[in-house]
Ligand binder design. Structure first.
Ligand code: F6R
Length: 614
């Protein structure tokens, strides 16, 4: 949520800051701002709306001025938390004398108290943000200390999550950065350093990065990175290599990131399973999980915690752990988890599922589980993310960066990774090798299966066009396809703004069926998997209420075809992996409905990519 980019080096900072903001725009896009160190002081420009508006103003107001040539600056794209997305609330925020400016990701929980204290000392605030309070606090402390000591002192007073970058008019050759709960990555270029809240803004310039740890403070110049603890003690942090190139963060000819990422799924799935399937043992090799067979045998219960799309993947995963490994498994909406009294023991394995690895609710659930003594593991896509670090072990998706706000390739890769883990557990506990091999083959078939769904894009687009005007849509499924019905509805509503509801097919008659009428289409997940026969009855119930039914059916299933208005055909597959092609078809359906409705697909209203507030 929100994006930070900073630059110090030999080039004009704007050359890096504006394209960097564009790459981070998926993290928040309601307002943006930039500050550069120029002769005579800091120059700040902020605007509500998209990066493009900021860029236009930069061109109109800064070109030909010393600001355009500045070699040091920081910039921010915002997803509003405190105060609406206006020019005054946009970052950067300056201190009381305008000599210091900061951009900030996260939330300062005690900002109201700090604000009262500063107001009592005569400070006047122009915005409604928590960030401006932090800027003033550091500014006051910097009157009597150097900037680094002022930042460390401020950190002792603030509570909450912070990813912060700071510039000061008296030091136009450096940027200070802070990480506490909100990621900061430092890119080490050729005599230049790029600061960012995620690697997408760095990858065009360098692959060498340092991920800061929590409570690290760093002073960054063109040629040096000096990392300290919050107590101002020097520490060394490893240099890591980014394993993706610049094209992975570009649209590469696709109209939207979402479409690109849908089409990347065969490759993403290959990457998620690469080197992990072991035909010799009919099991999975998952080094990062760091669990030996004895530890696996001791697990009594699996608890999957996640939000949104990742929660839906968890719901599929639960069936894998139960069916294959005979393990009691629950799926927990992460935001509720820590406000209940989850009963956990060291024999419970809590697995946090998160594409970004930064979702605040999921992170809080991880901390709760740790405090209660449960064993932990993570399934994350973003390497080095907070959840990946705090769980300490797990399985990365290796899906590549997911930029489209609607999660697509992460879902299918999460499902595959959950199946790999369940397979490993099952082989350690009860499953014979032959069965394991059979499951391995099903997993290995998924990239081709998805490729065959993608070949049907035109047909799915035609169905989408026919129903694009619908105001309300139901998605129904059973068994492994029930979570996919929920996911299909989520995809449709978040990007097309059509009202969509996912239901278990049997649940429809317990209330929602009252809403069915000819203008309310029902998308029925009626693949040839266990539950299909019952689904036939559920489709009849919808037809009897004159609702048009769009079925996802297995190639050649004339019985289903004869009962419904429209069919989206999918290739036959093992029931175990059926959620994957079904999800891809529903991603395309949602995409095309949103396209026909003229929606901003990669940046749906009110949303942001990673949700770092509770
Ligand atoms: C929906 C979507 C969200 C995320 C949710 C969790 O398309 O993207 O529902 O799935 O915010 O995010 P992660 O997986 O990053 O924890």
């Amino acid at each position: 949520m929100c994006g930070i980019v900073g630059y110090v080096g030999p080039r004009p900072a704007l050359e890096v800051l504006i394209p960097g903001l564009r790459r981070l725009e998926y993290r928040g896009y309601d307002s943006a701002g930039i500050v550069v160190a120029a002769p005579g002081g800091l120059r700040v420009l902020k605007t509500p709306g998209k990066i493009q508006r900021l860029e236009e103003r930069v061109r109109a107001e800064w070109m030909g001025t010393s600001a355009a040539g500045s070699q040091c600056g920081i910039a921010h794209t915002r997803w509003a938390t405190h105060g609406p997305p206006t020019e005054v609330n946009a970052h950067p925020h300056t201190d009381h004398c305008g000599r210091l400016a900061i951009v900030h990701n996260g939330i300062i929980e005690n900002y109201a108290d700090l604000k009262r204290q500063l107001e009592a000392r005569g400070h006047v605030f122009t915005s409604q943000t928590d960030t401006e309070v932090l800027a003033h606090l550091i500014g006051v402390l910097a009157e009597e200390n150097d900037v680094l000591s002022a930042i460390c002192a401020a950190l002792r007073q603030v509570e909450g999550t912070l990813g912060v970058a700071v510039v000061h008019a008296d030091h136009p050759d450096r940027i200070w950065v802070v990480r506490r709960g909100s990621p900061i990555v430092l890119g080490m270029g050729d005599s230049e350093t790029i600061v960012a809240s995620d690697a997408a803004a760095i990858v065009a310039h360098t692959n060498r990065v340092i991920y800061l740890d929590d409570d690290d403070v760093a002073i960054v110049t063109a040629g040096s990175i000096d990392v300290r603890t919050a107590q101002n003690v020097p520490v060394s942090r490893q240099v890591a290599q980014l394993d993706w190139d610049v094209h992975t963060a570009e649209k590469s000819g696709y109209e939207h990131f979402m479409l690109k990422e849908i089409f990347e799924q065969p490759e993403a799935l290959r990457n998620a399973m690469r080197g992990r399937l072991d035909p010799a043992t009919g099991s999975a090799k998952l080094g990062g999980l760091a669990m030996d067979p004895r530890e696996i045998a001791q697990v009594r219960r699996v608890v999957l915690v996640a939000c949104g799309t990742s929660l839906h993947a968890g719901m599929v995963g639960r069936l894998y752990f139960e069916d294959l490994a005979d393990l009691p498994t629950s799926v927990e909406q992460a935001a509720e988890f820590r406000y209940r009294n989850p009963i956990l023991s060291p024999h419970d394995l809590v697995v946090a599922i998160s594409q970004s690895g930064e979702t605040a609710d999921t992170l809080a659930a991880v901390r709760e589980a740790r405090q209660k003594g449960a064993a932990l593991a993570g399934i994350c896509n973003v390497v080095g993310s907070t959840i990946a670090r705090e769980t300490g072990r797990g399985v990365y998706l290796h899906a590549g960066p997911e930029i489209g706000v609607a999660s697509t390739k992460a879902f299918t890769c999460q499902v595959v990774v959950l199946l790999l883990i369940a397979l490993k557990f099952a082989r350690c506990r009860r499953l014979c090798r032959e069965e394991g091999e059979r499951i391995g083959e099903a997993i290995a078939s998924t990239p081709d299966l998805v490729a065959r769904v993608l070949e049907r894009n035109d047909r799915i687009a035609a169905v989408a066009e026919k129903y694009a005007a619908a105001r309300d849509v139901f998605f129904i499924g059973r068994g492994h396809l029930y979570p996919v019905a929920l996911e299909g509805a989520l995809k449709l509503k978040e990007i097309s703004y059509a009202h969509a509801e996912g239901y278990h097919a049997a649940e429809l008659k317990h209330g929602p069926i009252a809403l069915l009428e000819p203008s309310v289409p029902v998308v029925a997940l009626a693949l040839d998997v266990p539950g299909r026969d019952k689904m036939i009855g559920n489709i009849q119930e919808c037809r009897a209420r004159h609702a048009p039914v769009i079925a996802l059916a297995t190639d050649g299933d004339s019985t289903i075809a004869s009962m419904v208005e429209d069919v989206i055909w999918l290739p036959p597959c093992s029931p175990l992996v059926a959620p994957i092609p079904a999800a891809v078809a529903l991603q395309l359906l949602a995409y095309h409905v949103a396209r026909v409705r003229g929606c901003e697909i990669d940046q749906p209203r009110n949303l942001a990519k990673s949700v770092t507030v509770e």
